[in-house]
Design a protein around this ligand. Structure first.
Ligand code: FE
Ligand code: ZN
Length: 240
């Protein structure tokens, strides 16, 4: 069984440290910074052997260079953003498979937040690392892509089994949920989820990871019935 550790860094980023005990491999998803990651690994007696990046933004790649220098790890990331992530060793895109020990991850192209954004789906573990594309009750801003691409990305996530645990890169849940409630005030599942989210945040607890079942029931971007509806909701959220 893989072990997944949440490392909160910067204002609201989550870096995910993943250990696969059979092989002894340790991987980090989107290290914004290096020291908290190296320390979290060291505390557990682990050495980082791989970095997996989802997109080029500095709050996802800022620790690459120092972690690579300290550990000699291999860095995997989106081939469409290779020029913007100079530390990459392995360039991947849709259909490629990356491995952590015996655990396989399928790479999905989910451009929209950035032009080459990818996600890693580990079907054998019921886990996906989705960067800034899918958030709890939200989606990433459309910095380098459009609503049609985000709509297509949502269909890829929706096709994953309901129990798939979704590790996203930010604690945006409460603000996302406030917006979701404005869109769907009558959604019972959403009302209940937001009661839980507010209680957790009041106790200073994380609300991530989420899962596909919860997102299908409450995420206004996954629940948008058309590209136009998603575009309208994204524009309204950006203006909120
Ligand atoms: Fe980003
Ligand atoms: Zn980010």
């Amino acid at each position: 069984m893989m072990e997944i550790v949440r490392i909160p860094v910067l204002n609201d980023n989550y870096v995910w440290l993943v250990h696969e005990p059979a092989s002894g491999e340790t991987m980090v998803v989107d290290p914004a910074v290096a020291d908290p990651v190296l320390n979290a690994a060291k505390e557990r007696g682990w050495t980082v052997t791989q970095i997996w990046n989802t997109h080029w933004h500095p709050d996802h790649t800022g620790g690459n260079e120092a972690i690579k220098a300290a550990t000699g790890c291999t860095v995997t990331g989106p081939k469409a953003e290779a020029e913007r992530i100079p530390t990459l060793d392995r360039l991947v895109g849709e259909g490629d498979v990356v491995t952590l020990g015996a655990v396989e991850a399928k790479v999905l192209d989910v451009p929209a937040h950035t032009a080459g954004h990818i996600a890693y789906h580990l079907p054998g573990e019921d886990v996906a690392f989705v960067g800034d594309t899918l958030f709890a009750m939200g989606c990433g801003r459309l910095f380098e892509g459009d609503a049609a691409q985000m709509y297509a990305a949502m269909r890829k996530f929706e096709a994953m089994p309901d129990e798939t645990v979704i590790y996203c890169a930010h604690e945006y849940t409460e603000a996302n949920g406030d917006f979701a409630l404005a869109v769907e005030p009558q959604n019972e599942a959403l009302v209940e989820r937001m009661d839980e989210v507010r209680a957790k945040r009041a106790r200073g607890e994380a609300t991530v990871p989420t899962d596909i079942a919860a997102e299908k029931a409450t995420n206004p971007f996954m629940r948008a019935g058309s590209v136009e509806e998603l575009a309208k909701r994204r524009a309204a959220k950006d203006a909120a």
